[in-house]
Design a protein around this ligand. Structure first.
Ligand SMILES: *[C@@H]1O[C@H](CO)[C@@H](O)[C@H](O)[C@H]1NC(C)=O
Ligand SMILES: *[C@@H]1O[C@H](CO)[C@@H](O)[C@H](O)[C@H]1NC(C)=O
Length: 257
């Protein structure tokens, strides 16, 4: 009996040691626990859905054939007043991640701090405007200091939910379509990636997403993060192929996003 238990423990340790997610650049595919892997993801923004419906919506996503869910983290929901954080109710992101994990959905997490124009100011809290003349999305210390404080709060909460730590988060997106921004500040984006790495470590796949123009993918790409592209769902097959050709300028190998 004792021997059997030891074997079981050994097997469990080996299994947890195998929790890895990354890219096989030779064979152009994802690798999950060392095996070729494909995910099909839709998007549910947790902050737009009342928390009591999360489980229902995620279950429906599974039923749809998805094995992953993607969401932004919208800064302003979590820090509506400077230094006053909110992670309860419909912005309890750790609860959302817990449910996704329980339902067997991988999570593709887009941590911003800028999260697209889908909400006002890309999710930057309105109070950040009190910093007169602040240069958003740049190396401006007035801006980077705010990001530092925000991520010091957010990312330690995310860390236990990384795939390597037993959670559902397989990929983390840094910034968002930064190649569409002007002026491009590469010093800012490489600083941002190191900031994410200082909290979340290096055992996780970081990526960038940009629009499908050569200048965009080049401008948004951060050394050390996988460059991907995004485009609308209405594209025909040729347009989709053309979009991925643009991605190949910066990511000659590896998995399409
Ligand atoms: C988030 O949800 C979890 C699980 O329901 C709960 O234990 C935790 O207290 C919630 N967090 C906040 C800040 O309300
Ligand atoms: C690069 O970014 C860091 C962090 O924001 C900043 O301290 C440094 O001054 C920046 N350097 C340049 C050349 O912008």
């Amino acid at each position: 009996m004792r021997l059997l238990l030891l074997f079981l423990c050994g097997a469990l340790t080996a299994a947890s040691a195998r929790r890895t997610f990354g890219i096989d650049y030779e064979n152009n595919c994802f690798l999950k626990d060392g095996q070729p892997y494909r995910y099909i993801s839709g998007t549910i923004h947790y902050f737009r859905v009342p928390a009591k419906y999360w489980e229902d919506r995620l279950l429906k996503m599974r039923a749809l054939g998805c094995n992953a869910v993607q969401t932004y983290v919208m800064w302003w929901w979590h820090e509506p007043i400077q230094g006053h954080y909110s992670f309860s109710g419909s912005v309890n992101i750790t609860r959302f991640l817990t449910i996704a994990n329980r339902l067997g959905l991988d999570v593709v997490l887009r941590i911003g701090p800028y999260s697209d124009a889908e909400q006002d100011m890309g999710g930057f809290p309105a109070w950040t405007l009190k910093e007169r003349g602040i240069h958003y999305r740049s190396s401006d210390p007035r801006y980077t200091q705010l990001v530092k404080t925000w991520w010091a709060k957010l990312l330690p909460m995310i860390k236990p939910f990384l795939y390597t730590n037993g959670g559902p988060v397989i990929m983390v997106q840094v910034e968002n379509e930064y190649g569409s921004w002007n002026p491009i500040d590469k010093n800012y984006t490489s600083w941002l990636l190191s900031l994410a790495q200082s909290h979340l470590g290096n055992d996780i796949l970081y990526f960038t997403t940009d629009g499908t123009q050569a200048e965009m993918v080049k401008g948004g790409h951060i050394e050390g993060a996988y460059a991907s592209v995004d485009f609308g769902s209405g594209l025909d097959e040729k347009a989709v192929g053309d979009s991925f050709k643009i991605q190949r300028i910066v990511s000659p190998r590896g998995k399409h996003h």
